[in-house]
Ligand binder design. Structure first.
Ligand SMILES: Cc1ncc(COP(=O)(O)O)c(C=O)c1O
Length: 392
């Protein structure tokens, strides 16, 4: 199969085969792990295309091409974690630049921007980007980018990618979309006008809670020079073995996403009917405030659900009572995980901002796995029954 043929293949097939379906030297159908930190030069001024592992590595290069292909970008860059990717991304901006950022986003991104880049002369406005008027009002002459998560983490608000792109492009800036929650199976921000896509590859792309990774995907030649330079200068590049784990995880991404999506839809509906649950946040509900918008820019709602318990005292009981669902901080893997954002993923966000975004002491976030949905529901049911026993 030639590379040309692969260009016309569907997402599911590219995920399975990557961009080089077998190793030309040996016929190996699993991409070899090139566990080498350096590469011999054939002669002075000559290179095999690989010189030093921080800069590039054949296993990582195949992963970068594959992720670029599935996100419909020209370039892909793989990092040691999602935060590594975001930190290198910021290097394409200059002190004095202003970025508008979704207020309801992964707490680690908030910490990186506010505690670190804030000190080095960058400024950030934290805005509910699902409200277009608020986003528009926050634009300043020095605004160079919009950085959005949609659906947002953890409140599941949806931001209009097309309108955001128009808004920032009029001012010559960039739209950056963290697409971790939906994966390229359900949302392709570059097709909707975004300039750069971010992924915590640790989540759905790896898919098995066994590897950390981060990605940037885009199609801009000038940005590519800056990003490659940042990647090689900072050294947060993905290691060869982890690149291989990601390639293996990607092979099943499409079928995993289908199952996450189906399970989450059933569980969101079930949670809604529970008397100890106050409210469920899930973009697949027809009465979700941005349901139509979500339908217009995605092909699925994903596996993430947040919900408020009525009684904050139920939180501890629920977290200790679940057994199929694991109380752990992450998302997007085959195992269902439950998180308490207040003290875990969003602890870095100041209280006033957290509360205004809706992250309070009753909020739980569920990453629905691919187990039998009956077992997940039975687990939640037993845990909520235990809450009723202990807290009346
Ligand atoms: C939406 C989102 N973006 C970025 C990150 C950071 O990724 P990593 O943990 O791989 O550094 C996370 C981590 O939870 C996340 O949920």
């Amino acid at each position: 199969m030639s590379k040309g043929d692969l260009n016309s293949l569907s997402l599911e097939t590219v995920l399975v085969h990557g961009t080089v379906p077998f190793d030309p030297a040996t016929g190996a159908i699993s991409t070899p792990i090139y566990q080498s930190s350096t590469f011999r030069h054939p002669g002075l001024g000559q290179s095999t295309g690989f010189d030093y592992g921080r800069v590039t590595n054949p296993t990582r290069a195949e992963l970068e091409r594959t992720v670029a292909r599935i996100e419909h970008g020209k370039y892909g860059l793989a990092f040691a974690s999602g935060m590594g990717a975001i930190s290198s991304l910021i290097k394409i901006f200059k002190p004095g630049d202003h970025l508008i950022v979704s207020e309801d986003l992964y707490g680690g991104t908030y910490r990186l921007f506010d505690e670190y880049y804030g000190k080095y002369g960058f400024s950030f406005s934290w805005i509910d980007t699902s409200d277009f008027a608020k986003m528009e009002a926050a634009v300043r002459p020095e605004t160079k980018a919009l950085f959005i998560e949609t659906p947002s983490n953890p409140m599941m608000k949806v931001t209009d990618i097309r309108r955001s792109a128009e808004l920032i492009h009029k001012r010559g800036g960039l739209l950056i979309v963290d697409n971790t929650f939906l994966s390229p199976c359900f949302q392709n921000p570059l097709d909707l006008g975004a300039d750069i896509v971010v992924h915590s590859g640790t989540k759905y792309l790896a898919g098995h809670n066994d590897a950390l990774a981060g990605f940037l995907v885009h199609s801009n030649d000038k940005v590519e020079v800056d990003l490659r330079n940042a990647q090689k200068s900072e050294g947060a590049s993905l290691a060869p073995f982890d690149a291989w784990l990601l390639l293996r995880g990607l092979q099943t991404l499409a079928i995993r996403m289908e199952r996450h999506d189906k399970n989450a839809a059933a569980i969101a509906q079930w949670l809604r009917g529970q008397d100890r649950v106050e409210k469920v946040f899930y973009p697949g509900f027809e009465d979700h405030p941005q349901y139509q918008l979500s339908r217009s820019q995605t092909r699925g709602h994903g596996g993430m659900i947040s919900f408020y318990l009525k009684n904050p005292a139920d939180v501890a009981v629920l977290l200790r009572s679940v057994t199929v669902i694991l109380f752990a901080e992450s998302l997007g893997g085959v195992q269902s995980l439950i998180t308490y954002p207040l003290v875990q993923t969003h602890s870095a966000i100041p209280e006033a901002m957290r509360l205004s975004a809706g992250v309070n002491d009753k909020l739980m976030r569920l990453s629905v796995g691919i187990e039998d949905v009956k077992d997940i529901i039975a687990d939640l049911d037993a845990a909520l029954t235990q809450c009723k026993k202990e807290n009346k």
